[in-house]
Design a protein around this ligand. Structure first.
Ligand code: A3P
Length: 292
């Protein structure tokens, strides 16, 4: 299952053709055999689709909007990133020591999700973001994250992303395969752009999915506390204490908008992208909004 292709210090590997960090592939059997519990909630996404935003909303809903409770620890300690290794701590060991109900995060494509999540019929929230903004956000993230491969120049990265040669694989396959999976599994499929347009209605969708009924004023509070401006200032959500990130190069809470791709794509790249997009999205009913 495992194929190694070392690249300097930021080693990469593959599992079934999907590019992943080597340190993840080294513990792949442990990831694949992870035992989910029926009351686990999984937050799944392609990297940079607004995962942290979703995580904070879920955490606040679970604590009935109690913002002080959500400040108990940084988001990655409250909700383990299943397949990630930080120094010697893995998301798996973190998850194993947590009380139920657990909230877990993953970027794994559908086919690589540990089978126990399907077997236990766990609820899953999938967060999706339009490919152009997703790509731009991922580019800047790779520039600032010390454990991710150097993205090279924007022109180089543009090519790499379209070829799906980035960690966690092709954006197209990821969003389309999870979209298909929701027909046979309890998956709430959400869009970054819709949340930007109407945060409260998206928060209510998540509440309903989790079987929670909170008062309107609590929903208002959650919307406020999960706004870009507030999360950017919150050390429990902005990763400011994460030594592996260089926020001077590009902050984790970077822009938080729809349509930033227009500042990054050249006219020629946009044309090339649109042609590629049309081909790759021809076989799905899934559609995205690229500007508001
Ligand atoms: P940008 O780089 O475009 O600013 P993830 O959590 O999956 O890594 O996604 C990070 C992206 O989501 C970043 O996008 C970040 O700014 C954005 N984001 C995080 N919290 C947000 C919020 N509350 N509102 C809007 N965007 C948010």
């Amino acid at each position: 299952q495992l194929e190694l292709c070392a690249q300097g210090t930021k080693e990469t590997s593959q599992v079934n053709g999907i590019l992943l960090p080597k340190k993840l592939c080294d513990i792949w059997d442990e990831v694949w055999n992870f035992q989910a519990q029926p009351d686990d909630l999984l937050i799944a996404s392609y990297p940079k689709a607004g995962t942290t935003w979703t995580q904070e909303i879920v955490d606040l809903i679970q604590s009935d909007g109690d913002v002080e409770k959500s400040k108990r620890a940084p988001i990655h300690l409250r909700q383990p990133f299943l397949e990630w290794t930080r120094m010697t701590i893995t998301g798996i060991t973190q998850a194993k020591t947590m009380p139920s109900p657990r909230i877990l995060k993953t970027h794994l494509p559908v086919q690589l999700l540990p089978p126990s999540f399907w077997e236990k019929n766990c609820k899953i929230i999938y967060m999706a973001r339009n490919a152009k903004d997703n790509m731009v956000s991922y580019y800047h993230f790779q520039r600032m994250h010390k454990d991710l491969p150097d993205p090279g120049s924007w022109d180089e990265y543009f090519k790499t992303f379209l070829e799906g040669k980035v960690f966690w694989g092709s954006w197209y396959d990821h969003v389309k395969d999870w979209w298909r999976k929701k027909d046979s599994h309890p998956i709430l499929y959400l869009f970054y752009e819709e949340r930007m347009q109407d945060p409260k209605s998206e928060i209510r969708k998540i509440m309903e999915f989790l079987g929670k009924n909170l008062k309107e004023e609590v929903v208002d509070q959650i919307a406020y506390n999960t706004s870009f401006e507030v999360m950017k200032k919150n050390p429990m959500t902005n990763f400011s204490n994460e030594a592996r990130m260089n926020h001077g190069l590009s902050p984790f809470m970077r822009k938080g908008v729809v349509g930033d791709w227009k500042n990054q794509f050249t006219v020629a790249q946009n044309k090339q992208f649109n042609e590629d997009y049309e081909k790759n999205m021809a076989d799905t009913s899934l559609s995205f909004c690229m500007e508001l």
